[in-house]
Design a binder for this molecule. Sequence first.
Ligand code: ADP
Ligand code: ZN
Ligand code: ZN
Length: 688
Amino acid sequence: MKALPTELSTGPKSLQPREKSVARVALEVPLGTLFDYAVPAALRVRIGDRVVVPFGARQRLGVIVELASTTEVPESRLRPLVAVREDAPALSQHWIELMRFLASYYQRPLGETLLAALPPRLRSVKPLPRKTLERRAGEGEPVFIPNHAPTQAQRDAIARIVGSLGRFEAFLLHGVTGSGKTEVYLNAISAVLERGGQALVLVPEISLTPQLEARFKAAFPGTGLALMHSGLEDVPRTGAWLDAARGDAGIVLGTRLAVLASMPRLALIVVDEEHDTSFKQQEGLRYSARDAAVYRAKLAGCPVVLGTATPSLETWHNWRAGRYERIELPDRASAGAALPKVRTVDSRIDAPEHGLSSALSLAIQARLERGEQSLVFINRRGYAPVLACEACGWAAGCTRCTARMVLHAAGSSGVTRKGSLRCHHCGDEAVVPRSCPTCGNVDLRPMGRGTQRVEETLAARFPAARIVRVDRDSARRRGDLVRTLESVHRGEADILVGTQLLAKGHDFPALTLVGVLNADTALLSTDYRAPERLFAVLAQVAGRAGRREKAGEVLIQTRYPGHPLFDALARHDFSGFASAQLDERRLAGFPPFVFEAALRAEAKQLAAALAFLRAARDAVEPPEPVQVFDPVAHVITRRAGYERAQVLMQSASRAALQAYLTALSAHLFAEAPRSLRWHLDVDPIEFD
Ligand code: ADP
Ligand code: ZN
Ligand code: ZN
């Protein structure tokens, strides 16, 4: 550009091109672009600053992602920034890099991605109230009070992790249930804190494991601990964010969203139970927190530890391909504790009565006599999954979904009639009809069983036993669940009945028996991931038994006692199981040997959803190594009143698939009709 026209170079405001006088701002709008604003001479700004900007007639909060000296926007239309928010530290370059990666990998606009990662208070144009600004993270001497002297295997694991501090390295910490993985994390974290770093610990579901939070607090009494999960109210959530972002918190402990926390001195990331599907977000930015953690560790140049007894096949494959280091903890840590004995009960021979085989009943009876605890696992909540009329074949269905209504009993046990019908897909509730709406038959029957019915059966069979049920219904309020689990821990329960809420992370010292009721449903599933998930959940729930000196026993009721999955489980042979699964996946062309994405649409009419998907498919030609399948309706086609369909895309080349997705989403953001809801899911794990 030549000399500026004189009328512009004079005047009250100097319009000489100033170094970096243009701020490129990310805003929470469904567009992939950044917005340019002039930086008034009086404002000092940096990349990562939160700023208030004019947008249309209103003001909005945005984040400066780039600073530039020039802009395409004509001078006359370039509006100035209104203010810089200094109530929270600027977001780091690393953090913005992470957001850029997530936005591009998961095909979402950068502004939406970046702002959605901030707690709501920090997204608002209003300044933070003073109360929120108070520091809450403790500030004392960073002491470490270990729980136990580590075993040799734990010492080796700690040494390898600590030895990699300061550079990127991905570890698979493969430790059997009860092997003391948490103790390894705590020791590694203490080394991080000693060096003035921050540690990020991701767990599947924090509200279910108050013990874990307590262990962290007890181990690091002088260190700020920021808790992050979606159940937090605005103020504590913002407070935790600020503690992490200012570096006041040495440790951030949270669920998947914590991977998005700003941490200036991040030096270690731990993903506990890395196989857990809750690390994948199922709406908005559909990110995998585990994968994001690995990428983030690379950006930060720090180690990441993926801990589990049952690695996801993706992680296992990454280890075998040499991308991750595996550290093994082959034995239980507690003195005298061994892995439980797992055996199947052939339900064709020992036919269950009201769901319980005689072998399991006897085993529970023996525990009651010895004052030990039993856990009965059934992965279905409610009283019965179906309410049916035997006269005409009618079954209660949800009016908004392609699904049956689940019968829920009213009280903690008993009385079916006063219960309700609930849809587990959309949450709809209905009263239990007095008679069959089709034929008038008054004798409607609950078919099959859920946790409530099993609880009822157990109460009838063992009237003196103290029975505690734990599932999403009994655990509606976090406080209730915490109290329940604490009382179980103190031994104030004889029999636990529950869903996989009971499988995760709990350490009940007196528990020596686990009974598994309905594993066969998953064995028969057509989802190629079903065996992986079944193995994981059974290994986890089995892992609750015998965590101290007394031996643990696991009984699995099944019609397929010779199934290789149960064999591998009984031998505690994850490696053999994983190899067999990976061989099958390789032959069938499933992940992790190909990369997948799904384009999904929802509409009032299935035809509209399918037509949209067909048009999208035809509009953007996939490059050679990308395969795009035909649009199909979901198995549960209607959910909450919308008909759903999807197109599956796959490729052996991640780069090719990414390039195709970028072209496809550019087309969709520009062309998709507003009347229809659609989204892309990259590395999808749920297809129903
Ligand atoms: P994981 O997460 O691998 O299932 P935990 O970390 O919960 O295992 O540890 C299982 C149990 O073993 C806990 O009760 C823990 O206190 C105990 N434990 C861990 N490390 C040791 C050790 N070195 N010596 C004795 N007990 C230990
Ligand atoms: Zn009927
Ligand atoms: Zn429904």
